[in-house]
Design a protein around this ligand. Structure first.
Ligand code: ADP
Length: 359
């Protein structure tokens, strides 16, 4: 590090480093970081315990596992759990996402490749098209595929038998999944944000796989700023590894982490620029709320989906935002954090907020 502490380049901060709904190339290259078996999957203890019982029972019966429905915000491990389920069952793993299934033949194409006990993972299952959902009902329930041959009056439907497979459906939006679909899943499990202890353990595990030296206090600090989300934790770890390499020591210390987070625009509560903009917009433009999701999304230039799927769950769990029937309201904790003590003072606070808000 130089004397003035400027060991970082002038590269602008990545505005979306905390966006757990954005999968980056490094997520796909992190083969080594993604746990392969339940014993390496840290946190989510209740979910893990339940799943290990269901898997053991299915194995003992030499049967397929019941269809599994996973609910939770992005980056918490839904895909990982689906993959682990396949490994634990010693079964094949197939993966797709609902937006990729445009026509029934897309789904039929995958279903026809399944083998006995395959774990078939469909991400974002709340986005399935109705015709595909209909086809899935029959596949899930009867293990058969309805296929229409020919066209017009000559068209007829044939039923093709399928092997007994396990569908794992994942969603960030359980409320948008139809009840007929949900009712076809025998197991429903919900993911919670990870606490600091679990994230610290995940970070130390990842650091050891990446052969990076990570000080325990630095790991704790990173865990606090990872939005309760392993994907974010691993991504921040990689950036801190970059910073520590440039700094020369190659060891991630608390000092590296503190400066690195500042450089990335991540504050002491783990909020990034957009989180602060959401809260500030409510404070400045709507006197602290209530404000509807659509108005709020427009005011920060994001889609309602991104606001509701990604930003809000963490802000709510961090006690900074409340969802009420009349709209979103900023909490006292958020006011204090952003330097807006008391109510009604929002209009007075306009200048130089970004500098003032950090740390
Ligand atoms: P989702 O499908 O919920 O968006 P993923 O399963 O893709 O999330 O997980 C994101 C990343 O976080 C994965 O690449 C994996 O390495 C890591 N991860 C998730 N959960 C855990 C965990 N419990 N322990 C260790 N690493 C995890």
């Amino acid at each position: 590090m130089t004397e003035n502490g400027a060991f970082f380049s002038d590269r602008p901060a990545d505005p979306g480093i905390l966006r757990a709904d954005v999968r980056r190339t490094e997520d796909f290259r992190d083969g080594g970081l993604r746990p392969e078996f339940l014993k390496d999957f840290l946190g989510q203890d209740a979910l893990k315990e339940n799943l290990s019982v269901f898997i053991a029972a299915a194995r003992a019966r030499q049967d397929s596992l019941d269809h599994l429905f996973l609910i939770g915000p992005p980056g918490l491990g839904k895909t990982t759990i689906a993959q682990i389920t396949a490994h634990e069952l010693g079964a094949d793993f197939k993966v797709t996402s609902a937006p990729a299934l445009e026509k029934p033949k897309d789904l039929a194409g995958i279903l026809s490749t399944l083998t006995e006990r395959t774990v078939f993972f469909i991400d974002e299952i709340h986005r399935l098209r109705p015709a595909i959902e209909e086809m899935l009902y029959i596949a899930m329930e009867d293990f058969e595929l309805d296929w229409v041959i020919g066209q017009g009056p000559a068209a007829r439907t044939v039923r093709i038998p399928l092997p007994k497979f396990t569908l794992v459906g994942a969603t960030t939006r359980a409320g948008m999944v139809s009840s007929p679909l949900i009712s076809r899943f025998g197991i429903v499990q919900r993911f919670n944000f990870y606490d600091r202890g679990a994230l610290t353990r995940i970070l130390l595990r990842s650091a050891s796989i990446l052969s990076v030296r990570l000080d325990p206090d630095a790991a704790q600090k990173l865990a606090e700023c990872s939005r309760g989300t392993p994907r974010v934790a691993n991504r921040l770890l990689r950036r801190m590894r970059d910073f520590s390499q440039i700094a020369g020591s190659g060891r991630i210390t608390l000092e590296i982490v503190t400066e690195g987070l500042q450089r990335l625009g991540i504050d002491s509560l783990g909020l990034e620029r957009y989180d602060r903009e959401i809260l500030l917009s409510i404070l400045r433009n709507f006197s602290g709320g209530p404000v509807g999701a659509e108005t709020l999304a427009i005011s920060i230039g994001e889609s309602v989906d991104t606001l509701e799927d990604y930003y809000e769950p963490y802000l709510i769990q961090a006690g900074l935002l409340q969802r009420t029937p009349r709209g979103r309201i900023v909490t006292e904790k958020a006011r204090t954090h952003l330097g807006f003590p008391g109510s009604g003072s929002a209009d007075a606070q306009t200048e130089n907020e970004d500098q003032r808000l950090l740390f």
